[in-house]
Design a protein around this ligand. Structure first.
Ligand code: AMP
Ligand code: MG
Length: 397
């Protein structure tokens, strides 16, 4: 049986990369940037006043002097000094005119005489130094500088920056076509009233939850009974997608029909079974451009396998970095019986440091296992017991 790391390496070796498409800026949130973004000009594009006040020459500053001011400059205006002019009233966001280099804020000024066109003011500031209260041209970004790297998720700061840089259309990665098939004679749709021996399909929705993070909507969601013909038909259709996600039917039971049927359809098995709990029976393979994840049916197994194996595949497909586990101390004690590495749901607990507390659950079939947990932690295979302050790998959901 291969290890989690080996399985992940094999999965990532099969990634076919997505393409590039353009979307309107307002629709780009949550999508993945395809291509580096560089500054189209300096930012700020001009010496910008950071305050409402008076712009002067710093070296001529004199708090006892009465200045004669005849002009007010607002944001959105061109600004230029007339010959002999040594002060202008200026508003936040306005261009500081060439020849002036400090802004004394309005609170530090006193208007002695307001007049049209000339008002008389005194500046009571303690000092005025070069570039006081001025955001210098190019201090945030220089023209041509790399601002956002390819593979970045477009969130609030990114979309704001893209708008500043004039990207009304944004190059993003295309999303994969994904099909979901849940198998099992007992599995019925969410809207139906289950008979006593039936259960509602929840796995499809766990998978949708991971997909939706990346703005992926599945092309199809199907429920199929444990029937060779029906499964074969569903698989044939599902194999037209880029990613086929199956749940149920990959263990050793007599109704676990998925692996042989996939191989019959020409899907090459890359691995079956990984040394982990829950999710040991996971099957992974590929046919042409389509990768197939055969996940075991238990709800918590699906959630763990989706987080540990599917999420990195999607990230890599979209040209993103794979998220590495975080490391946190464990608060408590935990024992396990077998030698498999074991994922378990955890909740953040903040003492002096933030650590992880185990959430109790009844095993991989417990529909509440992950509820209100912050993620999953890994109990290493070789350790039968983990104790207070042991540092664990933590995977946020
Ligand atoms: P299997 O991997 O097919 O042996 O299924 C293992 C367990 O997961 C069984 O108890 C199934 O009833 C349950 N199960 C299978 N598919 C689903 C599903 N789509 N939603 C919720 N539970 C499921
Ligand atoms: Mg089954």
């Amino acid at each position: 049986m291969i290890s989690i790391e080996e399985a992940l390496t094999k999965i990532l070796a099969e990634v076919s990369k997505s393409n590039l498409e353009s979307v309107p800026l307002a629709e780009s949130l949550g999508r993945i940037l395809a291509g580096d973004v560089k500054a189209d000009r300096d930012y700020p594009p001009f010496h910008r006043s950071a305050m409402d006040g008076y712009a002067i020459k710093s070296k001529d500053f004199d708090p006892s002097k009465i200045y004669h001011c005849k002009k007010e400059i607002f944001a959105g205006m061109e600004s230029k000094l007339d010959p002999g002019e040594e002060i202008v009233k200026i508003m936040t966001g306005a261009v500081v005119p060439e020849g002036l280099d400090a802004v004394v804020k309005i609170e530090d000024s006193q208007e002695i005489e307001s007049g049209n066109p000339i008002s008389k003011v005194k500046l009571k500031s303690d000092q005025a130094f070069q570039f006081m209260n001025i955001a210098l041209q190019g201090e945030d970004l220089k023209k041509g500088e790399l601002v956002i790297g390819s593979g970045t998720v477009i969130g609030m700061s990114e979309i704001s920056l893209l708008a500043s840089l004039g990207f009304d259309i944004v190059p993003v990665r295309t999303l994969p076509k994904v099909s979901i098939i849940s198998t099992g004679n007992e599995v019925v749709s969410v809207g139906s009233k289950p008979l006593p021996y039936q259960i509602r399909d929840s796995n499809s929705y766990s998978l949708i939850a991971i997909l939706n993070r990346y703005k992926i909507q599945p092309n199809s969601i199907e429920l199929v009974p444990d029937d060779e013909l029906k499964i074969t038909e569903a698989l044939q259709k599902g194999l037209e997608s880029d990613i086929l996600l199956l749940s149920g039917g990959v263990s050793m039971g007599s109704m676990d029909l998925i692996p042989p049927l996939l191989e019959k359809l020409g899907v090459k098995k890359i691995f079956h079974k990984v040394s982990l709990k829950p999710g040991k029976p996971i099957w992974f393979g590929k046919k042409g451009k389509t990768v197939v994840f055969g996940l075991p049916g238990n709800p918590f197994s699906v959630q763990v396998c989706a987080r540990i194996f599917l999420d990195p595949y999607i990230r890599s497909y979209l040209g993103m970095e794979i998220s590495r586990p975080l490391r946190f101390p464990f608060y408590g004690k935990r024992k396990k019986k077998n030698s498999l590495p074991e994922f378990f749901p955890v909740i953040f607990e903040t003492r002096e440091k933030t650590g992880l507390r185990a959430k109790s659950f009844n095993g991989s079939g417990d529909i509440r296992a992950g509820l209100s947990s912050d993620g999953i932690a890994l109990h290493p295979g070789e350790q039968s017991e983990i104790s207070e302050e042991d540092i664990l790998d933590f995977y946020p959901w």
